[in-house]
Design a protein around this ligand. Structure first.
Ligand code: NAD
Length: 248
């Protein structure tokens, strides 16, 4: 379902990891749909440039998603400026890999910290303002790696399964407060995270690797009233890749 221009007018969205890649695409799409957008990232230069390019209704805030104090600051600043937060896209993520014997504790802590703990902290930080207004949409970015196992991606896979599980428990807990919580599971999408992967070797029924704007439409759907009866769902955006290889 297409989300029309202006659909999100008057709402405020926070996109973590919004400075580049998929997050930047979500920020652009939410802004084009009329939302006020907070681009929250550790990458200051790209994030500020994107906020400047979007202009009115966009701001950049430095946020390390693993930092509880930074979350408190971001929520207070956004509520102070724009009255509340309607949509949170927990998109910030990192990936690392190694065979299990060489998968260091530091690698594990880093990937679980940003992808899973960062998502948990973001959800926890925005719930009070969403509860006070009786509505909100939290969109957690998992991965197809949150649905299946892949060699060497131990921490990333554990984190993305964790994001999927956290999404389900929050959807059940927060439904009565009018807060919807869903996860998105992208397949291969062409960003800096995937530069070493050649999509031509992947079994993708739709015949090509994904682009960031292929996922942005699904974020818009979950951010908007078009998905008002959708919570606890996991939306797979992978060109059919995981169906084709029998993982689901
Ligand atoms: P990317 O590396 O291009 O961008 C990630 C962004 O997150 C960067 O702007 C980075 O600065 C930011 N970030 C990293 N650590 C952070 C932290 N601690 N606090 C705040 N921001 C931080 O990656 P991408 O491909 O755009 O991925 C975005 C999300 O989508 C990630 O969660 C990733 O796991 C997920 N994903 C990507 C793909 C893909 O194929 N690209 C597939 C499935 C899921």
């Amino acid at each position: 379902m297409a989300v029309e221009e202006g659909t999100l007018a008057g709402s405020t969205a926070v996109v973590t990891g919004g400075s580049r890649g998929l997050g930047a695409s979500y920020a652009r799409a939410l802004h084009a749909a009329g939302a006020r957008v907070v681009i929250a990232d550790v990458q200051v230069v790209e994030g500020q440039a994107l906020a400047d390019a979007l202009g009115e209704r966009a701001r950049f805030t430095h946020l390390d998603v693993t930092d509880e104090g930074a979350w408190e600051h971001l929520v207070a600043e956004t509520v102070g400026a724009w009255g509340g937060i309607d949509v949170l896209v927990n998109n910030a993520g990192i990936a690392n890999s190694a065979p299990i014997e060489h998968f260091s504790r530091a690698k594990w802590d880093a990937v679980i910290g940003v992808n899973l703990t960062g998502t948990f902290l973001g959800c926890r930080a925005v719930v009070p303002t969403m509860k006070s207004r009786g509505e909100g949409s939290i969109i957690n970015i998992s991965s197809v790696e949150g649905l299946r196992g892949s060699p060497s991606l131990h921490g990333y896979t554990a984190a993305k399964f964790g994001v999927r599980g956290l999404t389900k428990s929050l959807a059940v807990e927060l439904g009565a407060d009018g807060i919807r919580v869903n996860s998105i599971h992208p397949g291969f999408i062409d960003t800096e995270m995937t530069t070493r992967i050649d999509p031509a070797v992947l079994p993708i029924p739709l015949g090509r690797g994904g682009r960031p704007d292929d996922v942005a439409g699904v974020v818009l759907f979950l951010a908007s009233d078009a998905s008002r009866y959708v919570t606890g769902a996991e939306l797979v955006v992978d060109g059919g890749m995981t169906v084709g290889i029998g993982h689901r």
